[in-house]
Design a protein around this ligand. Sequence first.
Ligand code: AMP
Ligand code: MG
Length: 427
Amino acid sequence: MIQPLATAPTRPGLMGLDDALSQLRVHALRLEGIDTVATFEADGRVLAQDVVSALQVPPQDNSSMDGYAVRCADVMKVGVVLSVMQRIPAGQQGTALKPGEAARIFTGASIPPGADAVVMQEDTQVVSDDDAQAIPQVLVQVVPQPGQWIRRSGEDVSRGDIVLRRGARLKPTSLGLAASIGLSELQVSRKPRVALFSTGDELVMPGDVAPADMKPGAIYNSNRFFLRALLHRLGCEVSDLGIVPDSRDLTVAALKRAADHHDLILTSGGVSVGEEDHIKPAVQSLGQLDLWQIGMKPGKPFAYGQVHREGHMGKAHFMGLPGNPVSSLVTFLLLVRPFILQMQGAHDHEPARVMLPAHFDVPKADRRREFLRVRRNARGGLDLFPNQSSGVLTSTVWGDGLIDNPAGETIQNGDLVTYISFADLLS
Ligand code: AMP
Ligand code: MG
C-alpha cells in the first residue's frame, strides 16, 4: 500500500539521515596521538589542548593614535599650550609626564606614566618659535576626556585567559591570536590517515587520455579530484590509491591494502545494488557493513562499515560514497565531514542552518529528504539550479549552498526553506 507522503518521510528500508548521523557519531572515536606543529602550519588543524595566555595583550597601555600624551588636569579648557619634553615612537618607553608637559607619541607606543589621555595630532598645532634651542610647544585645541585614544593593557587578552579551546578548529585568525600571546607551536590532534579510491571501469584520468581520444562510454574521474581536496581541507593525510576496476577480487585486494595504516577507507562508486557494484560484498567479506542506504537525495547508496586489518589488531572505518558526482559530494559534506572532524576531537563543526525564502517552486514532493543546489540572490532569496540531476556537477559550482528540504514537502515561491552554505560545509 502506498502511504501518503506526509506521513511516510522515508521509504521502508532506508535509514533516516539523522539516524545515520547518530550511529556514525558512536563510531567516530577520537584518534589517539597529538602532533606539535608550528603555528604557521596549524591552519585547519584541531587543538588538542586549551591555550592559556601567560601575558596581557596589549602588554602595556598604548596609544591608538599619532598625537600627544597629556594629563587631562592640565587641559581643562581649549587652547592650552604644553611643553613637548619627549618623543615616544612605538617600541620605546617614555618617562613620567610632569604638570604642563606633553609627550609626542605614535600609534602603538606605550603611554608614559602620568599621562591619562592622548590628543590626536589633528586636534593640535605646533607653536613655532624662531629660537631653535627652545623647547617645542604644542597648542591643544580640544578638551580631552580621560582615557581617550588609549588602548588598555589586557583589553584583548588577560593573563590566564583561555584564548582557544581544545577541540577548536584553527583558522587563520586563531593562528594570529596564538601568535599574539607568544606561541610558535601548537598541540593538535594527529591527522586522520585516509585511503581514497574510485571504482569504475569507465573512469579515465585527465591527462592520461585527451578529450578527443576518449572511447565511447568512458568518462573522466571527477570525484577523485574534489574528494582529495576536501580531505586535505579537513586536515587528513591522504593515500590516493587511484582507480579500482569493477572486479570483486581487485576490490577485495584494494580494501585489504587500504585497511593497513589507515584510519578510514573512502571509496566512490560501486556501492549500489547492480551486478557491477562490488564494494558492499567485498567489505562484508573483510569486516562488516553497519549501515547502508540513507533516505536522502542525492546520496541514497551511502554505506558505512569496518574492514579488519590483516595480521595485526584493529580495523579501519569504511565509508562508501555513491559514484554520481553530486551524490558523492553531498554525502561527503553531510556524513564524512562530521565523522572526520569528530575523529580529530573537533567541536562546533555543525554548519549554520538559515531560513531563507525560496524564489522558485518545487511542485513535486520527493519521498526522500532532498538537498537542492541553490544560490543566494541579491533580493535575499534563493535561486534553484535548473538541473538537479545527481550527475550535474555544474550545479555545485554555480550554487553556493544546499536547501535541506524535508521528505514529502513541496516548495512554493516565497516559502521559507532551510539553507546551508557551502562556505560552512567546505571549511
Ligand atoms: P556507480 O555508483 O558506480 O553506479 O556510479 C554511478 C554513476 O556515477 C555512473 O554514471 C558512473 O559513471 C559515475 N561515476 C562513478 N564514479 C565516478 C567518478 N569517480 N567520477 C565521475 N563519475 C563517476
Ligand atoms: Mg560503478
